[in-house]
Ligand binder design. Sequence first.
Ligand SMILES: Nc1nc2c(c(=O)[nH]1)N[C@H]1C(S)=C(S)[C@@H](COP(=O)(O)O)O[C@H]1N2
Ligand SMILES: [Mo]
Length: 366
Amino acid sequence: MPTTPEDYVRQVPRAHTNGDFAREEMHLAGRNASLPLEALRHEVTPIGQHYLLSHFDIPFVADASDWRVAITGEVEAPGELTVEAIKRLPARTLRVTMECAGNGRSGVSPRWQSMPWEHGAVGTAEWTGTPLRHVLDSAHLRPSAVDIAFTGVDRGFDGGTEHAFARSLTPAQALDEDVLLAWAMNGVPLPPQHGFPLRLIVPGWYGMASVKWLARIEALSAPFDGYQQVRNYMYRSAPGAAGTPVTTIKVRSLMVPPGIPDWYSRRRIVDAGSTTLIGRAWAGGGDAIAKVEVAVDGQWRTAELQPTTSRHAWIGWQFTWNATPGEHELLCRATTASGETQPLEAPWDNGGFGNNSVHRVGVLVR
Ligand SMILES: Nc1nc2c(c(=O)[nH]1)N[C@H]1C(S)=C(S)[C@@H](COP(=O)(O)O)O[C@H]1N2
Ligand SMILES: [Mo]
């Protein structure tokens, strides 16, 4: 009997571990870049410093004029749209902070072997596109449509199942004016790795909702049950638990590590005296940042917030620290208007999702 594809891919072990990073985790880390934390200085992340997460291969799309998006299922007017036709619809540009649900996974103990993010699976871009609702309105959703599935062209195996990357939104979520079919990022056409020629942008949600290389929009009469919807992106407090869906972005803050690094260890050396600590804070689901605090050696004090520039984007903060010689641990944490705050340690999650524990940076002041 020849080996099946499912058996072949399962020959590589995958587990929860506190041990060394596996070769497979290193391979994923090399393919999926994170934001270098010094790039938090940019209000809008330059394209090459925005994080990346692609599950399968980045599709090769030579010519956007061949691209079609199919609109099918529970609609009165199914059809296909070219990117040119989508670009003729009313355009909007939104500044949106996107974060991967797995950000912080390498700090979860034991960690699930997957993309071993530290803190940098986040970035803010100006996405230009048309509100998805224009396309849904002209296709006329039937009342029988209870879910809308968005499918990319990228395809592969995960969890023993072959599938194209796909996610869904309910009609109410999908009709939000701020959900975009986007063709540009920071004023230029989407780069291949960010979804050229067309992707979904779902502000306030973890990144998995913003399907890249979008090829199909299908209105469904039953809830979507794709792998990335009901099996992968679930919070599970124990292996095998049914879990709850991963949706909007939890509150989080990060700081630009002060001083200068050691090349290999990334340990930081800071000169004594007045030092301005800066960083950014964000939360999804329409919740605003109300407060950022910084702790030096365990004592929490309030940082100064910069003005909001977009209800979907991070805000800047700063804090003046009088650095005294010796070793110190610097922490930052954000709190939202609705009172959500970052924990010192997040509850354990089976897939390493949603670890929004406080950011800690160790330094030696000289
Ligand atoms: N088609 C497709 N869309 C996708 C993905 C993917 O692998 N394939 N990854 C998702 C995940 S998990 C994240 S976090 C974001 C990352 O978007 P970026 O690479 O543009 O930063 O894209 C999402 N959209
Ligand atoms: Mo992600």
